[in-house]
Design a protein around this ligand. Structure first.
Ligand code: SAM
Length: 276
């Protein structure tokens, strides 16, 4: 997505693409960007270094990102709005059975192409300084569907709930009026005790400005911990946020990652929310 410098200049192509489009047509708007070869507007080309690091630093037995269940099965991870599937493949290479959801058929085809070569011969960018401790990779599956609609979950091993969901530039791609539904849907897709991992971006952008990407400073906390509607403004006092009713998640981790994409260096935050 656009850089702070690009955003301060002429209106970004993404903002122009969506500004006159009714919200119910935003899904087809994303598909048309894929179909016309415009995924370079957001595609970073590698899995998230911040996600790689937090997984590798907490992958021992009993730790937060241990990829196996108590009965020896594999934990199930979902990446909604996964794009070309970099994070889905990386999660599988770290032992999870990983699912990528995309509204665009073209994105699913691109992700399948990427995964088939990457799983045969994984690139170094999938690993950090610790490396993967699980012996064999988990599985990878890409599913075409709308995050907000029912049905696609049945294609992810019988519709069982997920143990981990990762969001990067999915929430910021949605219209702010969809944020409450994003949080409700996340809660319904996760097992109790399951993890919602968010690489929060863009944090430098005033939430009142138009998107995508829509500014998210304070939005995850508001939605997930306080049960708000996510329509925070940068001048909203913390005390005011706290007054809102309680959310369905507890925040367990909130760090500025040492490694992240160029675009979010110095401003990205990595949060891990636990489903209550
Ligand atoms: C900004 S892109 C980010 C893609 C990916 N996370 C990445 O980092 O490259 C947002 C993605 O969400 C997908 N998307 C948008 N609305 C969706 C929906 N309702 N359900 C599933 N995918 C959706 C788009 O097709 C697009 O690939």
């Amino acid at each position: 997505m656009s850089t702070p410098a690009q955003e301060s200049g002429t209106k970004s192509r993404l903002i122009s693409h969506f500004e006159e489009r009714p919200i119910q047509d935003h899904g087809s708007g994303w598909s048309s960007l894929w179909d016309t070869g415009n995924s370079n507007l957001w595609d970073r080309g590698i899995p998230s270094p911040a996600l790689v690091d937090i997984i590798e630093n907490h992958q021992q037995d009993q730790d937060l990102f241990y990829p196996f269940t108590a009965d020896g099965g594999r934990k199930r991870a979902l990446v909604p709005g996964c794009g070309r599937g970099y994070d889905v493949v990386m999660l599988a290479l770290h032992g999870f059975d990983a699912y990528g959801l995309e509204i665009s058929q073209t994105a699913v085809a691109e992700a399948e192409k990427y995964a088939s070569s990457e799983l045969k011969e994984p690139t170094e960018h999938n690993f950090g300084s610790v490396g993967n401790l699980s012996e064999r990779p988990g599985t990878v599956k890409f599913v075409e569907g709308d995050f907000f609609a029912d049905g696609w979950e049945s294609q992810c091993s019988d519709g069982e709930k997920f143990d981990l969901i990762y969001d990067y530039t999915f929430l910021c791609a949605l219209h702010p009026s969809q944020r409450r539904d994003w949080a409700t849907r996340m809660a319904s897709l996760l097992e109790k005790g399951g993890l919602l991992v968010c690489l929060e971006f863009p944090m430098y952008k005033d939430p009142k400005l138009p998107g995508p990407p829509w500014g998210l400073n304070g939005v995850h906390w508001n939605l997930l911990s306080t049960g708000g509607d996510g329509l925070v403004t940068s001048d909203m006092e913390e005390a005011e946020r706290e007054k809102l009713s309680e959310g369905q998640f507890t925040r367990k981790v909130y760090i500025k990652p040492e490694r992240t994409y160029e675009m979010g260096k110095g401003t990205d935050m990595l949060s891990v929310y636990v489903r209550k």
